[in-house]
Ligand binder design. Structure first.
Ligand code: GLA
Ligand code: GLA
Length: 684
């Protein structure tokens, strides 16, 4: 197990002695008259809040004109919070450039692929590669860091806010220049770039670096490798901004940890957070659920993936919502119990900080209908009562702080390169959804009551008995070798349709699909068989496939056919295959089975890998389990996935928190949407 705490987590045991969980919110007092601030601090204390993020959107207030600074209000606020025992995660305030700056320097504004300017009026209207923006942003960071370097309320720095939230892709001339520099670094020579981009196609050969552009609006599909490299570059450009702010902060306040809130959640794709994590002192994430049949599973998946990004060390939930958001087509309020359940599910997956957007619900502005800890109705409200209850629960769970997540035996590999490449245009189908396929496997495992870790390519796969790599589309030679070694040395690999097809340049591995994984899987595919919307195929294991099929020929030794197509163009041909190799195996699933189909297929794959559910049979599928542990205690988190009470016969331990009840015969009963945390001593 990795060492539990990042060395520079706020309130790491040692800094003030006792482990504690962080509880708080974004706090935007500049939206309120001064007298409200006193009430805020009083209510924060009542709710158990110990940390707030301040100044995220304060640039225009802190620097009202190029050479005018106004820190007085922030000085006063920092004092007030400190006097109230509340720590500050101080933002660098660079997320929303002020009107004086965009008026003086409209060349910092982003440009869309079709050449339109993204105007001020909302936020994040800046080019990640603008040298002018960078200069102004770093000047602000330096002023803030210098002024508050020794302030006792300061517990962490919060760089910008959700980098890439609205400006992940910029096609401006600044971006074009920076893209060329990035490409020179990657390829060194134009010949290498021409080869990688396959520019023999459609007369795209470059004879000078200056000819290269971002993939702007074009007459047909822009070059796919250019598109893929632009995604990689755009993630790197934002990362560069993060590093630039961080370097100023580290220079002035080397002892204050630095973070920036990531967005590991459905709908966010542009930032390769697995690659960003090493740049911050501790990983933070923002997460919002989107209503749907898998909403709670998606929360768990995202929290789980955040844990992997954080190297399986504790991380910081910087934002989620107490109730409704304001940016979905229809914004649902949370049901009773959901506020606590969602928070504790993040905690289970390693969050040692539980924070919300935001502290007090705005009366004006675009987010006035977004929930907060103190809603429009005021503290005499269900939401505020749930908020104070959660504060007490987190106090009861304080000993969990610093505990690592106990690794599961099943890993699901999540890879940004495969995500970006597999969903590009001009492919066999435009319907492929990489994250959804991974989530379906995760949901299926939850339905079987089997714990799984969502992992990144940086995680050692050797730790897992069963490694599921859905749509592992981009497979460079080294990865093919690593997976082969994994299977030969006893690992059980499972992969799916459209895997192994291309290398890191998005060039097809020739000789038949699944290309780089063909030998390992012992199969050969000459043509893909994507399905039209609504079309499905039956398999002889009573499951149904959609989206995709493959015409598979088995050509490896000892390959077993685990299921065949019963209907469709490929009726009677293999649909799911498994090749034993060395001490392990390699399985291929050629169609999209969805959560139910995967839940029907998985028991066989789990059984062969020797993996079993840790839950009593009656609770499987109804309860999610997550485990954290330190040297003394093992914390078993039990999360009710249903709207009904769930009895948990035979589970024992010291019940720490979570609203569970002891039923008849002292048996633990999870209430609807309830969570229990059972502590037991670590024996070995
Ligand atoms: C993001 C932002 C916050 C706020 C919330 C609303 O997470 O960081 O400033 O806009 O969304 O859900
Ligand atoms: C047209 C074009 C070809 C090719 C095909 C693909 O016919 O002339 O170059 O792009 O479409 O279907």
């Amino acid at each position: 197990m990795t060492s539990p705490l990042p060395s520079r987590f706020p309130y790491a045991p040692g800094s003030d002695g006792t482990p504690r969980l962080v509880y708080g919110a974004d706090y935007n007092p500049e939206q309120w008259p001064r007298e409200v601030w006193e009430e805020d601090v009083r209510l924060m204390r009542e709710a158990g809040v110990n940390t707030v993020s301040v100044g995220i959107f304060s640039w225009a207030r802190l620097q009202p004109a190029r050479n005018t600074w106004d820190f007085g209000w922030l000085d006063e606020l920092m004092e007030l919070l400190h006097a109230g025992g509340i720590g500050v995660d101080l933002a660098t305030a660079t997320a929303s450039p002020p009107p004086w700056l965009t008026t003086a320097h409209p060349e910092i504004l982003p440009v869309t692929a079709s050449g339109e300017t993204v105007w001020p009026g909302a936020r994040q209207h800046w080019r990640p590669t603008s040298p002018v923006f960078r200069t102004h942003a770093l000047r602000l960071v330096r002023e803030l860091a210098t002024r508050y370097a020794d302030h006792p309320a300061l517990v962490a720095w919060h760089i910008n806010n959700e980098l890439g939230c609205h400006n992940a892709y910029d096609y401006s001339d600044d971006a074009a220049r920076a893209f060329r520099t990035w490409l020179r670094h990657r390829y060194t020579t134009l010949d290498a770039l021409n080869h990688a981009w396959g520019t023999a196609f459609w007369s795209q050969r470059y004879s000078d670096w200056e000819q290269i552009l971002p993939p702007r609006l074009a007459a047909s599909h822009p070059n796919p490798t250019q598109q893929l490299d632009f995604k990689r570059f755009s993630s790197d450009a934002l990362k560069e901004h993060l590093r630039a702010e961080r370097d100023v902060l580290r220079e002035i306040t080397p002892d204050i940890p630095v973070t920036s809130n990531f967005m590991v959640m459905g709908g966010t794709k542009g930032m390769n957070y697995a690659d960003w994590a090493a740049e911050v002192d501790f990983v933070s994430n923002d997460h919002y659920t989107q209503p749907g049949p898998q909403d709670r599973d998606e929360l768990s998946f995202s929290a789980n993936l955040t844990s992997a990004i954080a190297g399986h060390r504790p991380w910081f939930l910087m934002e989620h919502s107490t109730s409704a958001v304001n940016w979905q087509p229809v914004n649902l309020a949370k049901k009773p119990g959901e506020l606590a359940r969602d928070s504790l599910l993040h905690l289970a997956h390693g969050a040692d900080a539980i924070c919300f957007f935001q502290w007090r619900q705005s009366a004006a502005g675009a987010e006035k209908y977004h929930s907060a800890m103190v809603p429009h109705a005021g503290p005499d409200s269900e939401v505020f009562r749930a908020v104070t209850d959660l504060g007490r629960t987190l106090e009861a769970l304080a000993s969990v702080a610093g505990a690592a997540r106990e690794p599961a035996r099943v890993g699901i590999l999540f890879d940004w390169d495969s995500w970006w490449a597999s969903e590009q245009d001009s492919h066999p189908t435009a319907r492929l959804d990489y994250r959804q396929e991974a989530l379906d496997w995760y949901s299926a495992l939850l339905a079987l009551g089997v714990r799984a870790d969502v992992i990144t390519p940086a995680t050692d796969p050797g730790a897992y008995d069963l490694l599921i790599a859905p749509v592992l589309h981009v497979v460079p030679e080294a990865l093919a070798k690593e997976l082969t070694r994994y299977a030969e040395t006893g690992g059980h690999l499972v992969t799916t349709y459209f895997s192994g097809v291309v290398d890191e340049n998005d060039h097809v591995w020739l000789g038949g699909y699944p290309g780089a994984l063909r030998e390992l899987l012992g199969i050969r595919i000459e043509e893909f068989g994507p399905l039209l919307d609504g079309d499905t195929v039956e398999l002889d294991n009573s499951t149904t496939g959609g989206l995709w099929t493959d015409r598979i020929t088995v050509d490896g030794p000892e390959v077993e056919v685990l299921a065949r197509y019963r209907s469709g163009t490929y009726a009677n041909r293999p649909a799911v295959t498994r090749r034993p190799t060395g001490r392990g195996s390699a399985t291929y699933v050629s169609t999209r089975l969805g959560t139910d189909g995967l839940a029907a297929l998985l028991p066989e794959l789990l059984g062969r890998a020797g993996v079993e559910s840790e839950l009593p049979e009656s609770a499987r599928g109804r309860v999610e389990t997550v485990v954290r542990r330190d040297t003394e205690s093992r914390y078993l988190f039990l999360v009710n996935r249903t709207e009904e009470p769930v009895p948990l016969p035979g589970l024992t331990g010291d019940l720490l928190a979570g609203g569970a009840e002891q039923g008849a015969g002292a048996e633990l009963v999870l209430p609807p949407r309830g969570v229990a945390v059972l502590r037991s001593p670590v024996t070995s």
